[in-house]
Design a protein around this ligand. Sequence first.
Ligand code: ATP
Length: 538
Amino acid sequence: MAQESASKMDKIVALCRRRAFIFQSSEIYGGINGFWDYGPLGTELKRNLKNAWWKDIVQCPPAGPDGEILDMVGLDSTIIMNRRVWEASGHASGFNDPMVDDRETKQRFRADHLFGLFIDAAGAASEGTEIPVVTMIASTAGEALEVFETNGRKWLKEAGAAMKIASCGPDGIVLDHRGAPVKAALAPVDGALLRRAADRVPSPFTQKTGVLTEPRQFNLMFKTFVGALQDEDSMAYLRPETAQGIFANFRNVTDTCRVKVPFGMAQIGKAFRNEVTPRNFTFRSREFEQMEIEFFIHPQSAEQWYSWWRESRFAWWQSIGLTSSNLQMRSHDRDELAHYAKLGAGTSDIEYRFPFTAPGFGELEGVAHRTDFDLRQHAEYSGLGDKLKYFDQEKNERYFPHVIEPSAGADRGTLALICEAYHDDPARPSGVVMKFHPRMAPIKAAIFPLVDKDGMPEIAGNLFRDLRRTWNVQMDVKQNIGKRYARMDEVGTPFCFTIDTQTLTDQTLTVRYRDTLAQERIGIDRVRAFLADKIGEN
Ligand code: ATP
């Protein structure tokens, strides 16, 4: 299974390169770890994803739980902001991961991703607990990479399976994704234990003991300088999330736009994190794009809005083609919650089963009840205090609204669309077909004159010029028709229109359907309506 997934992923990465979806950044100089460029087709795909999100969230959002259409506005805030923003949000001090280094291999791991399996069925990692016999490295709960055995105990297999989906509570018991304790003998190698026992915990990849350093803090934010001087005062951060730009503009928007709680602000933009171990293609990058919503609500309606957003966001991913069993919703355990979310209605992840996480899942979007944490922090750090509160004129009530935050990754979303679309098909000349949802497909339709003469290119050209005003379509006159179809299968174009000899007499052409390979004839004058019906106009 793991091997099958690996080879599927290798094929997907190769296709992305070959067909101009995704390239390594700065490839001609050997690349740069954790950075990726989108080629012409990948750019279209990602843009389709972002446009669909914007349209379905900001421009034409659905009706909320009360049946009223959501009040949503957009925002485009800067990547570099006043440093105080990140002090208020907690990122400057709290966006730290305790890291341990392998002194020999120079590899670096997050301390909280090293899990120990203890010989005693003791549960919590307490003073005097036996040394671990198994070490696991994972980048997040749900994204275990390797499980290593150091003395061949028989429960290794069972632990490995559990750890693939495990999350870890503060009491040191590993829980599976349903929240059930897996084995009382599992415990995280926490900072305190590692400080005491760093020389006894095996390094994940070499399994050697005595090579790990004690945990050290490591801030994930990229730093730069603003202005001519490069000193402590001019230091600034590249934002690690777009959300804080929304909170920092909360007052501007409530003062200037006619919005009333409940309402939401949405933003799409770049975020940067100096991830310790970027990997899994674009899944964990150092520069990536987020699509974030902060939805401001009355504190008493948090439960209702939280569950509505969870359902609504899940349904949205399904609507753009992630319909298979590869999509799941996972509620966080209390112990896993971010500090601010502990008191709230909860946090859930919408997860996708990528080939590299299978049989486990990886996070696509988090939906969190952030309470009023961020607004209160900004009220305090900016000195605005109660002036940052929202005033409800009807009820004559002044308060800090609570927030439900659906925060999605555009790159992980694009990657999920690619993985979902990929189908081997030995019966086709291309050997592979990308079954993108028509709304997501980078090229919506291809127009082929059967031969490059007899007036066919002219008819095709007229159709092309008309359709391209609305959709991204391509015209191709070269090569035999089979090769042209094969190329379109490989990039996931849902429809091909072929102009042939019959077109010259009756103004009909052939439509070829990508998924079924069925062909039918329709009038040229009906092509526009056909595409509008199958794809819509965005
Ligand atoms: P993870 O646990 O995987 O590191 P996270 O919980 O830190 O993710 P959030 O802070 O909730 O992620 O960010 C919201 C979304 O941004 C994620 O659901 C994901 O889609 C995207 N995202 C976060 N980090 C990265 C990254 N390094 N590369 C690509 N996308 C990312």
